[in-house]
Design a protein around this ligand. Sequence first.
Ligand code: SF4
Ligand code: SF4
Length: 79
Amino acid sequence: MAHNAAIPAVAFRLDAGQCVGCAVCADACPERALVMGSSELRPVWIAARCTNCGICEAECPTAAIRLAFSGLRRATARS
Ligand code: SF4
Ligand code: SF4
């Protein structure tokens, strides 16, 4: 099981100038770790849900997302 396993920590970087608010990233995220902001149509990243799968970065049509790995963190235990 993945409980308490060390997984890479990741930083989510958004280039707001590149983002067109299409929500492709939020729709593609399997963990619902990206939600579209209500006032600005930009994705808001929820770090605790992110499993660093890289799908958002790969799917963004404008290359507005960059994931940067920065060590290890503990995975969140799930029921
Ligand atoms: S997929 Fe890219 S352009 Fe579309 S909302 Fe997400 S970050 Fe912005
Ligand atoms: S790396 Fe994966 S889990 Fe994390 S926000 Fe992107 S699509 Fe979601």
